[in-house]
Design a protein around this ligand. Structure first.
Ligand SMILES: Cc1cc2nc3c(=O)[nH]c(=O)nc-3n(C[C@H](O)[C@H](O)[C@H](O)COP(=O)(O)OP(=O)(O)OC[C@H]3O[C@@H](n4cnc5c(N)ncnc54)[C@H](O)[C@@H]3O)c2cc1C
Ligand SMILES: NC(=O)c1ccc[n+]([C@@H]2O[C@H](COP(=O)([O-])OP(=O)(O)OC[C@H]3O[C@@H](n4cnc5c(N)ncnc54)[C@H](OP(=O)(O)O)[C@@H]3O)[C@@H](O)[C@H]2O)c1
Length: 504
């Protein structure tokens, strides 16, 4: 991947077919899909010094995907070299490197290139994209693929500034810190923490896990693929696709677990309880680890080593709330001081700030941050009225709990690549979703979400402060596919060709 490819690009005023923001699964998959459709005039701008998105950033010990790798890859580029069913971050970055090579994306990617902002220029029917170094690039289509989980969240704990030890967030793990023999405090006990806690527990002299809410945890059952199995995938990719279909269908069936009061939800609770009871014998610890909210309200976790880790004699699971931090301890409201050489924040991400500080200005000078406020919405999770020819990958209300986000992104990328083909193949067309279509869609999504556990009473990154589910899709992946494929030209403001189909 070149660090200078865009500086070799033609003059800034040239209008590219598309500009993609971000080189994670979303942006790279979008680039591959454009390439597959013969669109080769696009660039991918990435603020970091490498590709990979969350899998580049989250290098904490044990970081892995808990969606099966067989479905956490694109159908047009199956992960035939798969090493583990629940692949580690490094393996997923390698998959993305192979995708970049396969679709010749290196020359299109500019690393260390943060997009500061983008503005729709009506006279040009184009987006003007400005980078942090002041470069400008123009494109017909803007494809933000900035993810949901790229901005770490560190709570403002009183006294933190007085702490003299080392503190870091799980997504920016400080690998220079040797945890051997140290007193470590983990704030947070969810998806990231259940993966790093078993590793930290083995190294630290003492590990205190501060848990605000317990989680439902199911067995993971890792599978490591043998060279013979990989060879079979490579020689006969249909065996891989058969497995993909089986896992996809199994996970789709699992969606019923995140709907209120279904039989499947009760089975999920029973499986999580059985896992807890099998792994934790101490009744007091079991009690602390038992969730007090609806199954599926937060992400359902998978781990085989977290419960054994918190059962170790050098690990304390503390459920009292945090009061403050001193120079060498985290103090809970019961007055107990938990000694700390190192504090690890496993406290998640600012997940509703999709665009972060990137300013996106649409028609009539409207700023996307103002348009969205704390309730981002988009038609199909892809387009926002007043932001013409802008198509989001993994936009609002497209995250999942039950299946692979990559499958959702592929559906979006197909729509985007098809629509981009339309936009650039004749005189420029402007796709701008009808405001009434966007608001009717959003009402429908929010109504459907009322039936789901995501909307029930628990703290989760799926919801904003007012309790509105901003991040998650309400149904199965196949329901989403049908919804996107049924989008019609008349849903958009300027559809010049009535015969045009916007779905693939
Ligand atoms: C630790 C972890 C585990 C996860 N596990 C699963 C799982 O098991 N199953 C699942 O389905 N999903 C999982 N997810 C969700 C994951 O976010 C998605 O699956 C997917 O990888 C998101 O890809 P993305 O490209 O949309 O976003 P990201 O991976 O966040 O990539 C966005 C990219 O955009 C770049 N960027 C952002 N803003 C700018 C800007 N202004 N200018 C330039 N570049 C910019 C970022 O640097 C980043 O590289 C997990 C997430 C995390 C954090
Ligand atoms: N594939 C995987 O296995 C995997 C691994 C890591 C991440 N992920 C993805 O990334 C998402 C984020 O995971 P995450 O674990 O990093 O973040 P998270 O799910 O948002 O969890 C944050 C944790 O920090 C706690 N917390 C937050 N603020 C706190 C405060 N002020 N005081 C005390 N505790 C506080 C939360 O408690 P409460 O629960 O009480 O809010 C929770 O335990 C996941 O849901 C998942 O989608 C997936």
């Amino acid at each position: 991947v070149s660090e200078t490819s865009v500086s070799e690009a033609p003059a800034a005023q040239r209008i590219h077919a598309a500009i993609i923001i971000g080189a994670g699964y979303g942006g790279l998959g979008a680039g591959a899909q454009l390439t597959r459709r013969g669109i080769d005039d696009f660039i991918i701008l990435e603020r970091a010094n490498d590709i990979g998105g969350v899998w580049r950033d989250n290098t904490y010990p044990g970081a892995a995907c808990d969606t099966q790798a067989i479905v956490y890859c694109y159908t047009f580029f199956p992960h035939l070299n798969v090493g583990r069913m629940f692949a580690g971050g490094a393996e997923l970055v390698e998959y993305l490197r192979a995708l970049v090579a396969r679709f010749d994306l290196q020359r299109r990617i500019a690393l260390n290139t943060e997009v500061d902002g983008a503005e729709w220029i009506e006279e040009l029917l184009a987006w003007r994209v400005t980078t942090a170094s002041g470069e400008q690039h123009f494109s017909r289509v803007l494809i933000p693929a900035w993810g949901h989980l790229g901005v770490p969240s560190v709570p403002a704990v009183p006294g933190l500034e007085s702490f003299t030890g080392t503190a870091f967030h799980s997504a920016v793990w400080d690998h220079t810190v040797d945890l051997t023999g140290k007193q470590v405090v983990s704030i947070g006990a969810a998806a990231s923490a259940v993966q790093y806690v078993p590793h930290v527990a083995e190294q630290a002299e003492k590990l205190t896990v501060l848990q605000r809410s317990a989680n439902y945890i199911l067995p993971r059952n890792q599978k490591i693929f043998s060279e013979a199995e990989r060879e079979e995938f490579r020689e006969d990719p249909e065996t891989f696709e058969t497995l993909r279909r089986e896992i996809h269908e199994m996970r789709e069936a699992g969606f019923a677990r995140v709907r209120h009061a279904t039989g499947e939800q009760a089975i999920g609770v029973a499986e999580a309880r059985a896992h807890l009871e099998a792994q934790v014998s101490d009744p007091e610890l079991r009690q602390k680890l038992t969730p007090d909210y609806e199954f599926g309200c937060k992400r359902i976790l998978r781990s085989d080593d977290y419960y054994p880790a918190v059962s170790r004699s050098n690990v304390d699971l503390v459920t009292e709330a945090i009061s403050h931090v001193t120079e060498d301890a985290v103090v809970t409201i019961d007055g107990v001081e938990h000694a700390a050489d190192v504090i690890i924040f496993g406290t998640g991400f600012r997940s509703q700030a999709f665009q972060g500080k990137t300013r996106i200005i649409g028609r009539n000078g409207v700023d996307l941050a103002d348009r969205w406020g704390d309730a981002p919405q988009a038609y199909l999770g892809i387009t926002v009225d007043g932001f013409p020819n802008m198509f989001l990958v993994y936009g609002p209300n497209t995250n999942l709990n039950h299946n692979s986000v990559v499958t959702m992104m592929e559906i979006q990328q197909e729509f985007i690549a098809e629509t981009t083909t339309r936009i650039v193949s004749v005189d420029p067309i402007v796709f701008d979703a009808q405001p009434s279509v966007v608001s009717a869609y959003d009402d429908h999504v929010q109504n459907e979400l009322e039936k789901s556990a995501y909307s029930s009473d628990c703290s989760s990154w799926y919801k904003n402060a007012a309790g509105r589910v901003v991040n998650n899709w309400y149904g199965t992946v196949e329901e989403y596919r049908r919804t996107v494929e049924s989008a019609r030209p008349e849903d958009f403001g300027l559809a010049p060709d009535p015969a045009m189909s916007v779905s693939s």
